[in-house]
Design a protein. Structure first.
Length: 500
């Protein structure tokens, strides 16, 4: 019997690593099948526009979810409440607007990247600046997401954080460097199914470890863990309903409409209508997933109120799910959670970063007339280079307090500038080009300054400005549009003619 017990324990222990290893194996198989016949950048960047709509929808959901959802959303519900859903309302409205306004314009221009629309509408300078802003903003935001994943895996597997970041970086480079966007799309569909499975299994398991009714434990701990709406209205606090709705709307427009990482999935669909349907379907796909992971955080709050001796310390709250997994969950279930986090992390932005670099910058500015195989090689080298940069950024994020909100704040720095120039092109007849570049730079620097002045933990002892970060992307968007219109009268002449 003792030998049998040892054998069972060894088998259970191996599942902790076999499950995520098997999941990664499936990803590499899909990448191989997707990438073995690629001969040009159209296949690598757009999958030949043959990706089915349902696959694009699930891949879109997988990219939107990321490791920050699996680890940071439960941590936010555990330490705060459910006000994160306020942002989803604005995000849902944004999806509808992107489907009706952005996608038709991109398909009319036959865009490989969304920044080609800026070239057609304004001129090459706006395209180059837009692509550059995307590269910077996506690298910063995705570096935060990579840290969220690596930090959780480091706790689950007992690894050094630097080693966890390195492993994720290398796997992402190999997987995406070979398979391209087609691999990203099909594996994204697989990943989305994994996220749903992991979420609902965790929800059921944590609930089974709670004694008695949940209701009496939800309140009396110093805050309302189920608070959904913050109906106050002011510019100085984060998370108020007006600020959250506008932030969700503007961030949604920027992420879904101007960010190549997510739009790349939709551009890989054959027709405009199928692309629109795929985006609208994500509304009903993402909501239950968000509710599930918020519920996990709330159940963890109840569990640790019943078991205060097991509760993580104040500085460990951002890894509450990983700490619970290591301390309470059986090894096989730890493997399932580990697989979900790994899946969420490998679906990285490397394909979109590479496509934007090659299409918007390298081909028009550095090597205009090379063959397709040359551009395909550069695209794969770009995947490797951007992967290494992401790993460095992830390491620099190790002292962040709340990963979820940090990701939103970082995106606001460049997201408002990009959204402003896209809205200018879609909603007005203003003809500006050099003015757009100046407006985007001024707007992003202004947004960065406001962020630094309104945070207590960045460079200054205490807040110098009472401004909730929710409003940053709104300010950046409107400022970009206003400056482009005003500066176009000086920097772009004659009026109505795009500058080269």
């Amino acid at each position: 019997m003792p030998e049998d017990n040892i054998t069972v324990q060894a088998f259970a222990g191996s599942l902790k690593y076999v499950i995520p290893a098997a999941a990664v194996g499936v990803l590499f198989l899909i990448a191989y099948l997707s990438g073995r016949r690629q001969g040009d950048t159209t296949d690598f960047f757009l999958g030949g526009r043959k990706v089915p709509g349902v696959v694009a929808c699930l891949s879109f959901v997988a990219t939107e979810v990321s490791a920050a959802t699996i680890t940071a959303v439960p941590a936010t519900a555990y330490t705060e409440n459910w006000q994160y859903l306020q942002y989803f309302v604005g995000s849902a409205i944004a999806r509808v607007l992107v489907a009706l306004l952005f996608i038709p314009a991109f398909y009319r221009c036959e865009c490989t990247t969304v920044y080609q629309f800026l070239r057609n509408r304004f001129g090459s300078a706006t395209q180059y600046c837009g692509s550059g802003f995307f590269l910077v903003g996506r690298l910063l935001g995705s570096g935060v997401r990579l840290y969220a994943a690596a930090g959780a895996v480091a706790v689950l597997m007992g690894l050094d954080l630097r080693l966890a970041i390195l492993l994720f970086t290398l796997v992402g480079i190999v997987f995406i460097g070979f398979g391209g966007v087609k691999a990203v799309a099909w594996t994204g569909a697989f990943e989305a199914l994994v996220f749903f499975s992991v979420g609902f299994v965790l929800l059921g398991f944590i609930y089974s470890r709670i004694s008695g009714p949940i209701g009496p434990w939800l309140w009396g701990g110093g805050h309302d863990p189920l608070k959904l709406w913050n109906l106050t209205f002011n510019f100085s606090d984060d998370g108020t309903l007006p600020g959250a709705l506008l932030n969700g709307l503007f961030v949604g427009l920027a992420v879904f409409g101007t960010d190549q990482e997510l739009m790349q999935r939709l551009l890989a669909v054959r027709t405009r209508r199928a692309s629109q349907q795929a985006l609208l379907t994500t509304i009903v796909a993402v909501l239950p997933l968000a509710v599930c992971y918020l519920g996990i955080g709330t159940l963890l709050y109840v569990f640790y109120r019943q078991n205060p001796g097991l509760a993580p310390g104040p500085g460990e709250s951002k890894q509450v799910l990983s700490i619970f997994a290591v301390g309470v969950m059986p090894l096989a279930m730890q493997g399932l959670l580990l697989a979900g986090i790994v899946m969420a992390s490998i679906d990285s932005p490397l394909a979109s970063l590479s496509s934007s670099f090659v299409t918007d910058l390298y081909r028009p500015l550095i090597r205009k007339s090379a063959g397709e195989r040359h551009y395909l090689m550069v695209a794969r080298l770009g995947v490797a280079g951007f992967g290494l940069v992401l790993g460095c950024i992830a390491w620099l994020c190790r002292d962040a307090k709340n990963i979820l909100w940090l990701a939103f704040q970082v995106f606001s720095i460049t997201g408002g500038s990009l959204l402003g120039v896209f809205l200018l092109g879609l909603l007005t007849r203003v003809r500006s080009n050099r003015a757009n570049v100046a407006a985007m730079i001024i707007s992003s620097l202004t947004t960065l300054s406001l962020l630094l002045l309104s945070r207590e933990d960045l460079f200054v002892p205490g807040k110098l400005l009472n401004l909730g970060w929710d409003w940053l992307i709104v300010i950046g968007t409107l400022l970009t549009m206003a400056l482009s219109v005003l500066l176009s009268r000086v920097l772009d002449k004659p009026a109505g003619t795009p500058q080269p």
